[in-house]
Design a protein around this ligand. Structure first.
Ligand code: PGA
Length: 254
């Protein structure tokens, strides 16, 4: 059975002291979560906090991820961090790729997403690959076309074996940080569509094993009804992951 996952994307927030406090609060409250349900929790902090978070997260159900990685293996790329560097520090098991903020502000194309995915897989780091349409695309009923392109061009060059390490996050851009969540039906419809694309490409077994997370203003008050959908396997949480109680409450929403 595919994993239930709640991943916190802290983005570029918190001083070190505040991040340390948040992490300690989360760990103190972990026992509230029913871990017999095989839930994977992931925290994706800014790069400089990876080690601090990893020091806390020494249990198997709690992992740390990066928010970004370079699309190149190594060399003269000032300011970048490679998958090889992340692997050599043994700090992360996961990494977010293709977040809409990176697509919008840093021109991350589907080809760059594909290259980053390759770098991560070569270092045994599992990519959490984001996809999702902007508001104008949804209003023009182009959301399926857009997501199909992002998934096809970003991921479908992989072999079925490599694809098994992919986690997908559907994040409608109009819902990210806006307080406007997709309805449970909208989320389920898109998640089922993504799963059908995977089934067509890699077969039903691979599709059934792929975790597809929802992201975009997911919070304690709506997580339950979103996660109740058969094709929604958890969430990628931005704003609400910056508060320990909210993050824990979301992880309890399965
Ligand atoms: P949000 O962000 O939960 O603050 O909407 C989600 C994300 O960007 O991953």
């Amino acid at each position: 059975m595919r994993k239930k996952i709640v991943a916190g994307n802290w983005k570029m927030n918190k001083t070190f002291e505040d991040a340390d406090e948040l992490m300690s609060e989360i760990m103190d409250n972990l026992e509230q979560i029913d871990l017999s349900r095989d839930i994977q929790l992931i925290i994706c902090p800014p790069f400089p906090y990876l080690e601090m978070c990893t020091d806390y997260a020494n249990d198997s159900y709690f992992a740390v991820g990066a928010q970004n990685v370079c699309d190149q293996a190594r060399g003269a790329f000032t300011g970048e961090v490679s998958a090889e560097i992340l692997r050599s520090l043994e700090l992360v098991d996961y990494c977010i790729v293709g977040h809409s903020e990176r697509r919008t502000y840093y021109n991350e194309t589907d080809a760059i997403v594909a290259a980053k995915v390759n770098q991560l897989l070569a270092q045994d780091i599992r990519p959490i690959v984001c996809c999702g349409e902007v508001l104008e695309e949804r209003e023009a009923n182009k959301q399926f076309e857009v997501v199909e392109r992002q998934i096809t061009d970003g991921l479908f060059h992989l072999s079925a074996i490599d694809f098994a390490d992919i986690i997908i996050a559907y994040e409608p851009v109009w819902a990210i940080g806006t307080g406007r969540t997709a309805t449970p039906d909208q989320a389920q419809e898109m998640h089922a569509f993504i799963r059908s694309l995977i089934a067509k490409k890699y077969g039903d077994e691979v599709a059934q094993e792929t975790s597809i997370l929802y992201g975009g203003s997911c919070k304690p008050s709506n997580a339950k009804e979103l996660f109740a959908n058969p094709d929604v396997d958890g969430g990628l949480i931005g704003g609400a992951s910056l508060n320990a109680n909210d993050f824990i409450a979301i992880a309890q929403s399965f």
